[in-house]
Design a protein around this ligand. Structure first.
Ligand code: G1P
Length: 297
């Protein structure tokens, strides 16, 4: 009988980015707190992680990110007011969204040195166990939560996994790209990895979508990782070393749902429209408004 791999209990969420693409909205508000319909982008991603059974959330923050900590805490005045006004449904919804006491940790990335460095900043809190990593810009929207699919695959494969999805060939230079043994399979062994390959050199059109399951040995490699694409400490470079030099298995899990890149204006606006149209309380009215708006053109 094969032993099942160590469970994935903790997730890292790097939220230190400046959000310059959304200025002036992000001057005082972290980009992760911008809302898709009525939930912050970051809440959508925490929802996905909780649906996959994650118990502890490690936020790697930076300057001016204090409201993220407040968001994942009780708000006594608000709750007391809702309670005195008999707003039971709203109160219950707030409670549902909140990770439990002691289930969040916050640490700071003190300098913007890249994603690899941000992940390394979580090493003390993660300790010696495998963990999930979710990049909060990317909302993964599908019938199954992406991370839950990955954990199911991990229970079969063990090791390290990344979620992937195809992108048009002229966009491969914007992402981490992986080569796989069987591009058509839902889960396939990774054969190569490269961060932001030059046009025409990508091993495939499968990009890393921002969901990872990683073994703790990644931290030792991140510690002495040299600067890579864009002059940053790149996570993909350390993952490649973990795979090629340390011979750890890496699998790609194809995500078949829709991914909204909320780090770009277009992706963020599209996410708002798409998720609003799906809402039971809002969808029909919103569709009517949008249809009228489009008919004016
Ligand atoms: C990061 C990763 C990249 C991945 C991308 C997904 O890049 O380094 O491998 O494909 O996220 O959004 P960034 O968007 O930070 O440049």
């Amino acid at each position: 009988m094969t032993r099942s791999p160590k469970p994935i209990r903790k997730a890292v969420l790097p939220v230190a980015g400046l959000g310059t693409r959304f200025l002036p909205a992000t001057k005082a508000v972290p980009k992760e707190m911008l809302t898709v319909v009525d939930r912050p982008v970051l809440q959508h991603v925490v929802d996905e992680a909780r649906a996959a059974g994650i118990e502890h959330f490690v936020f790697v923050t930076g300057r001016n990110k204090g409201v993220i900590e407040d968001h994942f805490d009780n708000q006594f005045e608000l709750e007391a007011t809702l309670s005195s006004r008999g707003k039971k449904k709203e109160l219950e919804a707030l409670e549902r969204d909140l990770p439990g006491a002691g289930q969040t940790s916050f640490t700071r990335q003190q300098a913007p040195l890249g994603l690899g460095h941000a992940v390394w900043c979580a090493r003390e809190i993660i300790g010696n166990e495998p963990f999930a990593l979710l990049l909060p810009d990317m909302i993964h929207h599908g019938t199954e939560p992406c991370l839950a699919e990955m954990i199911a695959a991990y229970n079969e494969t063990g090791g390290n996994l990344v979620a992937v999805a195809p992108v048009p060939e002229d966009q491969t230079h914007q992402y981490g790209i992986v080569g796989v043994q069987d591009a058509a399979a839902k889960v396939s062994q990774i054969t190569s990895m490269v961060e932001k390959p030059k046009q025409g050199t990508a091993p495939s059109n499968l990009h890393i979508t921002g969901r990872y399951i990683l073994q703790p040995e990644i931290f030792g490699l991140l510690e002495n990782q040299t600067h890579g694409a864009g002059g940053e400490i790149q996570l993909t470079d350390s993952m490649l070393r973990l795979m090629a030099d340390a011979s750890q298995p890496f699998h790609a899990v194809r995500f078949d749902g829709t991914i909204y890149d909320c780090g770009s204006k277009l992706g963020f606006l599209t996410a708002n429209v798409a998720l609003a149209l799906e809402r039971e309380d809002l969808g029909a009215d919103f569709r009517r408004e949008i249809t009228q708006l489009l008919a004016k053109k």
